[in-house]
Design a protein around this ligand. Structure first.
Ligand code: PAF
Length: 318
């Protein structure tokens, strides 16, 4: 092959915003594929190279090095990104994206991957024509150290776009294939919102109750929680219907109890947030149900009570 005809392979440039447990897990899964140039966005002034450690579910330790893009390099680096994966908490999404979005090229695509729902409604107005995909993952990951993540559970990752967002450019096929082949048990949906509502149903039931009762997910199988779980999920089904999303209550309750069983020995993310006195994601979980209920002038007393109890717990943080 002549030197002139040699072409470098076109690596996709993927940047992750949010180096929490899920952000680092996704980084490692993409890095194993070595088909992309990966980086994290950092809030530091200067860029650096960060050694990362990853412990797989079966205890194997894998090391990678990550480029952390500092603010001094935002201008040059961010304009080259093909895909920005946003892995910050739901309540941080808008603020975290504000300094980043204007620096991305018009062709860049944004993927939001967080617990709960709601931020996409704020982000849509900031996109200026860039593409947006949404997703949720049930993979479990735990930070053992700032730059050491252990995968604690396998789980589905559901990614996709939405009818309501179709006027925006779709995720290029090459990037979609890359994500689906890198992330185990991941699927792409042309209409992702019903899947996000289904995951929300699991979270509205499990997250606040485990935090309020200071218990493992498995303890929610007890009879004393049955009524609240059924009511919280049935309120969500009514709100979703008014939002144009048809859900099946029996199917969702089965799903909730299946997750309670499968994750019986885990503490939910909200339980962990409360134990560490961190702000919880309640506003994007039961709070999202309340927000959409208000738009449709519906009452959701059980979700309201769960939200209020979590707010009371947060107010007592020292
Ligand atoms: O937020 C969580 O902890 C998880 O989404 C779930 C599925 C409730 C399991 O703990």
């Amino acid at each position: 092959m002549s030197v002139q005809s040699y072409k470098k392979p076109a690596f996709a440039k993927i940047c992750i915003l949010g180096a929490g447990a899920i952000g680092q897990l996704i980084y490692h899964q993409l890095a194993e594929q070595s088909q992309s140039r990966l980086s994290f966005i950092s809030r530091d002034a200067n860029s650096s190279v960060q050694p990362l450690r990853f412990t797989t579910i079966d205890g194997q330790v894998i090391n990678h090095k990550a480029a952390l893009i500092g603010q001094a390099d935002y201008q040059t680096h961010l304009s080259q990104i093909d895909l920005l994966i946003v892995c910050v908490k739901a309540y941080q999404v808008s603020d975290a994206l504000k300094p980043i979005l204007p620096r991305l090229s018009a062709n860049a695509h944004i993927l939001l991957l967080h617990n709960g729902m709601g931020p996409h409604l704020e982000v849509i107005s900031m996109l200026k024509g860039r593409g947006l995909s949404l997703g949720t993952t049930s993979q479990g990951a735990l930070k053992l150290d700032k730059w050491h993540v252990k995968q604690t559970g396998n789980g589905l990752t559901q990614l996709g776009s939405s009818q309501a967002l179709t006027q925006l450019p779709p995720l290029p096929v090459k990037l979609k294939q890359l994500l689906l082949s890198a992330i185990p048990q991941s699927d792409w949906y042309s209409e992702i919102l019903p899947l996000l509502w289904q995951k929300l149903a699991v979270n509205v039931a499990i997250n606040p109750l485990t935090a309020i009762f200071n218990c493992l997910n498995g303890e929610l199988a007890a009879d004393k929680h049955k009524q609240v779980i059924a009511n919280a999920v049935s309120e969500l089904v009514v709100v979703a219907k008014h939002d144009g999303i048809e859900l099946d209550l029996d199917f969702l309750l089965q799903r909730v109890y299946q997750v309670i069983e499968l994750t019986a020995n885990n503490f939910s993310s909200m339980h962990q947030d409360v134990q560490h006195q961190r702000k919880t994601e309640i506003d994007a979980i039961n709070g999202f149900v309340l927000q959409r209920a208000a738009v449709h002038q519906l009452e959701v007393p059980v979700n309201l009570s769960l939200l209020q109890q979590i707010k009371q717990i947060e107010a007592k943080y020292e």
